[in-house]
Design a protein around this ligand. Sequence first.
Ligand SMILES: [Zn+2]
Length: 248
Amino acid sequence: MRTIIFGQAFIVLLCSCADVDPSKKAAPKVLKASSQQTSPEKLKDTTVVSQFNLVDVQSLNKDIFVELKYATTDNFMGIILYERLKKAYLQKDVAERLSKVQGYLSQLKPGFHLLIYDALRPVSVQQKMWDALDSLPPVERGKFVSNPKNRSLHNMGAAVDLTILDQNGVPLDMGAGYDDIRQIAYPSMEKQFVAEGKLTTVHMANRDLLRNVMKSQGFRQLQTEWWHFNACSRAEGLLKYKVLFEEP
Ligand SMILES: [Zn+2]
């Protein structure tokens, strides 16, 4: 067990998908992480991945870049959450749509790339995130991470967290970082933050670019996370796709 103290400037969200309560308040001061850091191992993508009809996004389109934050210690828990998962996997039809998004982005902005922060996330990892918040009452905990019992489109490879890299390989400034749970990360509150001068025209142009290219293939942005896009509704996902419980 280790203790993580959240700084105010880097309050983070456990990317909880479509059921985040927009009224969520400030992050807890102290969280506990219950998993141990382990050495990464090469992912075997011949069994579970093919069985679940998952596709390595970069095998479809090498112009899409990947930096899985949960496969590193650069995440809200400060530990490696993905012990074997080192690639961005999505359902095949979802990955094909994302590949078209990259094609559209390349047309609009030559040299720009999608950068994926998270894609397929097994329930077991969602559980680790949930367990890390075990000092909170369940209602409060649900504001920071989806209850793993409810499943998430990430668990099916039908949601993606991403941003855009410019022609110099620099992530566009969205006015809030990845996994930032402050309301300034909420697409639903952009107008207010623009009016207050806390989001600039550059931030908004960058967010609009991401939103527009993703919408071109029917991805739906979560209203509390500028970086999270669902390929379909959770109900549709549960009908169409299998839920992955463990890391491949
Ligand atoms: Zn997400």
